[in-house]
Design a protein. Structure first.
Length: 129
């Protein structure tokens, strides 16, 4: 089940908005597609990001993938624990393995993202593709 308290991108990132800040991570679908995550590269605090801009990379035993920020804003926090223990992405993608927190610059960015139900429908269509 997808957490209902966030919005999702077609690139398989999620954002949970609380008080003008957005916590960003990757979805369970993404971590399963990647396989065993061995490395995560995140930006510095203070970096300004645009919606859908690449903010880092995630590497698994199978591939290296870019990470896209679902909303524009300034990075106010990064999850150093995930950098030190990238395998957390596989075990807890919606919890301890969040990647960064941004001060959201444009709440309008959220309107282009999907609800949990819309994202599930998107995944169902992708798997039929």
């Amino acid at each position: 089940m997808l957490p209902e308290d966030r919005k999702y991108s077609k690139e398989h990132e999620w954002v949970k908005v609380e008080g003008g800040r957005g916590t960003v991570g990757i979805t369970d679908y993404a971590q399963k597609a990647l396989g065993d995550v061995v490395y995560v590269e995140l930006p510095e605090v203070g970096k300004k990001l645009s919606s859908m801009e690449v903010f880092g990379t995630i590497e698994s035993v199978k591939a290296v993938s870019e990470l896209f920020c679902p909303v524009s804003g300034e990075v106010v926090e990064v999850n150093g624990t995930v950098v030190d223990k990238p395998e957390l992405v596989n075990s807890d993608p919606y919890g301890k393995a969040w990647l960064l927190v941004v001060a959201i610059a444009n709440e309008g960015d959220l309107s282009s993202l999907m609800t949990a139900a819309e994202y599930q429908k998107y995944l169902d269509q992708e798997s039929k593709g």
